[in-house]
Write a protein that binds this ligand. Structure first.
Ligand code: AKB
Length: 305
């Protein structure tokens, strides 16, 4: 990992990876379909990841050896645009794999999601290998991506590694279009002293993770000895699990006033097919994963933002 291309670099995870790698003096070429309006500490080129020739050119001219492919349409937005999300999430991944084959790039990170699970997956605490039968289009694209990854690693001798992320919490760069976004929206409302209408019911339990743990899990996995990796598709990782009501109580505990109305919408149906808790014992065993930041600390850090 010496010369890294990040796609979707202006998103929630991308910006944090840029900070991490540039601090470690690793070369980063950031790309995004959006214009970069703020200063970032690395090279930036505006590029649509669906344009394979442009990607190929960039990879060649910047002598890229590792790709963090972060582009994705998240669950709630994808449900509104099912075919667009399929095209973006799957075709872009195929492009990345083709570019890797053309340029002999071996190392890739690609985020999967808890959306790969479904009501057949023992949602109380999902094991690493349950029945995977997602019902959201986003989950379907993530499951297809996991299969494409496994196939490509074997067929083309690439080393694509992946994590099934829970909801990621960061206040600096916010996510957009996800089902777990309520966490950030509720804390934002507390900071801005505005009423929050929550799109999930108050007892909907979902797994979450603070951004620093999301970044360090990927770095740890990417640096792990390949011979230790027994999971061939994507690793479960866990942070903590909360409900909207638990989050509201924790915000109040931190001295913020917040008025929340619970008004579930179509996103409730997505959440109902996602796990409450995640069994990440395989990640712990294979590459020493352990989340460092718990729920209380996450809320404290986020409200101070
Ligand atoms: C979403 O809510 O869509 C994402 C995810 C869990 O993958 N945050």
């Amino acid at each position: 990992m010496n010369r890294i291309l990040i796609t979707g670099a202006l998103g929630q995870l991308g910006i944090e990876f840029i900070k991490y790698f540039t601090k470690s003096n690793i070369f980063v070429l950031a790309t995004d379909i959006r214009e970069c309006k703020n200063e970032i500490p690395c090279e930036f080129i505006q590029c649509d990841v669906l344009e394979k020739n442009k990607l190929n050119q960039l990879v060649k001219s910047y002598k890229i050896d590792t790709i963090f492919h972060l582009v994705a349409m998240l669950s709630a937005k994808a449900e509104k645009h099912p075919f667009k999300s399929w095209k973006l999430n799957i075709d872009s991944f195929q492009n990345i794999i083709e570019v890797c084959v053309d340029n002999e790039i071996k190392k890739v990170f690609w985020p999967s999601s808890i959306a790969v699970f479904g009501t057949d997956s023992k949602l109380g605490c999902v094991p690493q290998n349950p029945i995977l039968n997602p019902s959201s289009i986003y989950g379907i694209t993530k499951l297809a991506g996991e299969k494409l990854l496994e196939y490509s690693n074997k067929k083309f001798n690439i080393d694509i590694r992946s994590i099934r992320y829970p909801g990621i919490i960061s206040m600096s760069t916010k996510p957009g279009g996800g089902t777990t976004d309520y966490v950030i929206e509720m804390m934002d409302s507390a900071i801005n002293k505005s009423k929050y209408v929550c799109f999930l019911s108050k007892n909907t339990e979902l797994p979450m993770m603070y951004i620093d743990d999301a970044v360090s899990s990927a770095i740890q996995l990417m640096r792990a000895d390949k011979s230790k990796l027994s999971v061939k598709d994507s690793y479960n990782v866990a942070g903590f699990s909360i409900t909207p009501e638990i989050l509201k109580k924790q915000i109040l505990k931190n001295g913020f006033k917040i008025d929340v109305e619970f008004k579930p919408d179509f996103r409730q149906e997505i959440a109902n097919t996602w796990p409450k808790k995640i069994d990440d014992s395989k990640a712990k065993l294979d590459w020493g994963w352990s989340a460092q930041i718990g729920f209380e600390e996450t809320v404290k850090k986020s409200l101070k933002f």
